[in-house]
Design a protein around this ligand. Structure first.
Ligand SMILES: C[S@@+](CC[C@H](N)C(=O)[O-])C[C@H]1O[C@@H](n2cnc3c(N)ncnc32)[C@H](O)[C@@H]1O
Length: 189
């Protein structure tokens, strides 16, 4: 009896340790490649997305989509046609896939395992709204490379960080405080 209990305990500790290592590796990795996994608080998500005046025909992208709650809100609260997330870190990537499946939204929300530093033209071809909550360096890089491929009129919602210099490919429309975040809203010209 004692043996079975010891084996069970060992198994629990093993599973917990693997989960713990996977979780911490994910945090460390996302920090290294662009920005840490710090999900937005639920109470702010709707208010921030409202700034983008999302429409039923929008194809919404969250770049660094974390646990997928921003994508879920875009679909459930604003009724966008489709939401797509790009995420590099394994823990939030898998977590978001499970969350989206559990809500029965797999036909409307797709999450791709992708490094934002290696985006190609085709990755953002269909975007009409782009959302990002990332650190300044990678935000700057996106505005100077991948965002040049965006269609004219595409809306860009930046949370907390924004590029220092905006060239004439983008129009800055407004900034608004939501909680402790400053939100910056742009449009591709
Ligand atoms: C601050 S969190 C934002 C999560 C989510 N968008 C939200 O607002 O709740 C930043 C996310 O971007 C991801 N990320 C950071 N660098 C990335 C990169 N180079 N490519 C893809 N995802 C990245 C992180 O793993 C993390 O999940």
């Amino acid at each position: 009896m004692a043996d079975i209990f010891s084996i069970f305990l060992l198994m629990v500790i093993l599973v917990f340790s693997i989960f713990w290592i996977f979780f911490n590796f994910s945090l460390f990795y996302s920090d290294l490649v662009g920005a840490p996994f710090i999900p937005l608080r639920k109470k702010y998500i709707r208010e921030i997305l409202a700034i983008g005046h999302l429409k039923k025909e929008d194809i919404f992208y969250d770049l660094g989509s974390g646990d997928g709650r921003v994508l879920i809100s875009a679909v459930k609260d604003f009724g966008v046609k489709e939401a797509r997330g790009l995420e590099i870190s394994p823990f939030p990537y898998w977590f978001s896939k499970i969350l989206i499946k559990s809500k029965g939204l797999r036909s409307k929300i797709k999450v791709f395992h992708k490094n934002l530093a290696q985006l190609e033209k085709s990755d953002l071809d269909e975007a009409s709204v782009v959302f990002l909550y990332l650190f300044p360096k990678i935000t700057e890089k996106l505005f100077q490379s991948a965002f040049l491929f965006l269609k004219p009129g595409t809306k860009i919602i930046c949370v907390s960080f924004h590029p220092k210099v905006i060239d004439d490919h983008f129009k800055f429309s407004l900034s608004k405080k939501v909680g402790w975040h400053l939100i910056y809203f742009y449009q591709r010209i």
